[in-house]
Write a protein that binds this ligand. Structure first.
Ligand code: NAD
Length: 237
């Protein structure tokens, strides 16, 4: 399967991974759009918005507390570890849409969190922010300043942190190989990253058991789960 790309893979200097919820699925963390991606009777897509938060902060916080618990109890899987291993002998950058911190816990150092972190909590009004791993007694939690706290994640309708996004584009434009793992590529603007890479001549490889809306742009689509495909794929570099 990899034969036609073997030379470009071996000669590559800089590899960028674009990862999404699917890479953490084998760590037991639900995706948004997969078959296990449902939460009670609510659509996560409707909860991950600033409007939903201000309409019902308690409900949105209950959802985030559920997710925080499962994320903090989860462990990185073979897919996360394979990427961290590759960075021992190649330049590797991870551009992740995930908010779970599992790449960093697997040992990856160069991780750009495009959508923030579920562990980091910030005030909706003042400049307070901190990493919090314990659960909150009452929801929604309040800041010392009296206003509501929120997870430091990027909700639908909100802008990405601009410095992180600018750096992500730079890496996408300068990589030799981009490996896109476990993302449906429907969330904008993260789904533009493969296009930046392709315009600059990078090889695009997708790892996803399902076809995505950008599969036809790929040089290769590996239809396997990330924990099964990535250990072999990284051994080819
Ligand atoms: P998504 O839910 O839209 O798509 C998940 C993709 O992963 C699907 O294409 C699916 O086929 C694929 N997949 C499922 N299991 C897989 C596996 N074992 N190996 C490889 N691929 C697998 O997720 P998305 O594209 O990341 O976009 C959703 C948004 O949800 C993002 O903004 C992200 O911040 C957020 N999110 C994050 C987490 C997390 O941090 N773990 C979890 C859920 C959602």
């Amino acid at each position: 399967m990899f034969e036609p790309l073997a030379g470009q893979i071996k000669d590559s200097q800089k590899i960028v991974f674009v990862t999404g919820a699917g890479i953490s699925q084998e760590s037991g963390i639900a995706t948004f759009r997969g078959k296990d991606g449902h939460w009670r009777k609510h659509d996560p897509m409707q909860l991950a918005t600033i409007d939903a938060f201000y309409e019902n902060p308690k409900l949105v916080w209950e959802w985030y507390e559920d997710r925080r618990k499962s994320i903090l109890a989860a462990q990185p899987n073979k897919g996360h570890f394979a990427i961290a291993d590759l960075a021992k002998h190649k330049q590797v950058i991870i551009l992740t849409q995930n908010i779970d911190g599992l790449h960093q816990r697997a040992g990856s150092k160069k991780v750009l969190e495009l959508h923030g972190s579920i562990i980091r909590i910030k005030c909706t009004v003042c400049s307070y922010q901190d990493d919090i791993t314990s659960s909150f007694d009452s929801l929604p939690p309040k800041c010392k300043c009296g206003n509501i706290l929120r997870p430091d994640v990027v909700w639908f309708g909100e802008a990405l942190p601009q410095n992180v996004w600018a750096e992500a584009i730079r890496h996408a434009q300068t990589c030799d190989v981009m490996i896109i793992v476990g993302t449906s590529l429907v969330v904008s603007p993260a789904n533009q990253l493969p296009l930046y890479a392709k315009q600059n001549g990078a090889v695009l490889i997708e790892v996803n058991p399902e076809k995505t809306i950008m599969s036809s742009e790929m040089d290769l689509s590996v239809r396997e789960t990330s924990a099964s495909a990535l250990p072999h794929l990284v051994s080819l570099f």
